[in-house]
Design a protein around this ligand. Structure first.
Ligand SMILES: *Cc1c(COP(=O)(O)O)cnc(C)c1O
Length: 357
């Protein structure tokens, strides 16, 4: 299937502004295609960014049959554009689609769609240090249908927008609150899928902990309320004795992050041990108290690595590394972002470069 390109007049095209806020500024164009059971995917086009027209009874608006992805495009020193492991995002998109009873999108086609969009909007990939173009592939259920059941029709679209350096005030640790009353996802549920409802369900707890001065919620497993799962929309890692990186094993209710997977592959090449384990929150708090845990950090596409300096559990604050960012987090951050921007060798062939014509 070919993609119809409907570009804006050159005179009407923008370029990345000097000032922008994450998630609030969008580039000139978007990709979209529609799905119907009889014809499959059709109407694939790259066209000027525009509002969608949806029937008020569209299934997505009532029962949240929706999935999304998040990845970034980075400007490299040659002026070309680097994508970081985009194939992993397209695979995960299809896994989320399957779980939410939505049609698959051919991975190669998904890549071609993104490439067409980025080639047209390449001026929107910022070149300030630490900045990037955030990419949001999405699929929504569009059938006009209030009866509960999977939709017949879908729209898949990709929008993009510039994202500034995540750490404005330096690589500073965040305080997190370990949820005691609320749970994010349960084994057998949809926590492994990047589907909107997971995030809507997390907002109440996020607002509550924000009022107490914590910037993210750390989630425990929903069955026993005992095992550490993830933090906000990031996976979590603990560093033991400055050399061993421990992260919860994928439990069925944890979102399998691509940054998490990259750290597990990269860290051993940098001299660290890595381990995926079931992590009992009581043991982890004891290991922070005794100083065995020397660092803690979240990891995900947005921040890459976000040091955690303080964890509140059952009314007590546990301080990690004197509430300072640590050397291991910084080392991994520098290496991973170096690979993304093309300033560090890429031994795993993670980068897919899009030349700017
Ligand atoms: C997207 C996401 C992550 C991080 O995944 P990356 O692929 O590393 O960006 C972690 N947890 C949740 C809940 C997420 O939605």
């Amino acid at each position: 299937m070919s993609i119809v390109i409907k570009p804006l007049d050159v005179a009407k095209r923008g370029a990345c502004p000097a000032e922008f806020s994450f998630g609030g500024t969008f580039s000139d164009h978007m990709f979209s295609q529609d799905y119907a059971p009889t014809v499959g995917w059709h109407n694939a086009e790259v066209s000027p960014y525009h509002p969608l027209t949806l029937d008020p009874s569209a299934a997505v608006l009532h029962y949240s049959q929706e999935i999304f992805e998040g990845l970034k495009a980075y400007r490299n020193a040659q002026g070309n554009i680097n994508l970081f492991r985009p194939g992993e995002n397209f695979k995960r998109f299809n896994r989320s689609a399957k779980r939410m009873v939505m049609p698959q999108v051919d991975e190669q086609f998904h890549f071609e769609a993104l490439k067409s969009l980025i080639e047209l909007d390449h001026a929107w990939v910022p070149d300030q240090v630490g900045s990037s173009l955030y990419i949001r592939p999405t699929m929504i259920a569009t059938s006009s249908k209030l009866g509960l059941g999977a939709s017949a029709n879908y729209t898949h679209f990709i929008i993009t927008g510039p994202a500034g350096a995540y750490f404005q005030g330096g690589f500073n640790p965040i305080p997190v609150f370990i949820a005691d009353k609320y749970r994010r996802a349960v084994v057998g549920g949809v926590g492994e899928a990047k589907t909107g409802g997971n995030y809507a369900a997390s907002l109440y707890a996020s607002e509550e902990v924000a009022k107490l001065g914590y910037s993210q919620v750390l989630w425990l497993d929903a069955v026993e309320g005992r095992f550490i799962e993830e933090v906000g929309a990031m996976n979590i890692c603990f560093v033991y004795d400055n050399k061993k990186i421990v992260t919860p094993s994928l439990s069925g209710s944890i979102l399998p992050g691509i940054t998490r997977d990259s750290i597990l592959k990269l860290a051993p090449t940098l001299g660290y041990e890595v381990s995926e384990q079931r992590l009992d929150v009581n043991q982890v708090m004891a290991d922070i108290d005794s100083g065995k845990i020397t660092e803690c950090f979240g990891c995900g596409t947005a921040a890459v690595i976000s040091p955690v300096g303080k964890l509140c559990f059952m009314g007590k604050d546990y301080i990690v590394n004197n509430n300072q960012s640590g050397a291991v987090a910084k080392h991994l951050y520098d290496q991973l972002t170096g690979i993304q921007y093309g300033t560090v060798a890429d031994p795993f062939d993670w980068i897919v470069e899009i030349p700017v014509k």
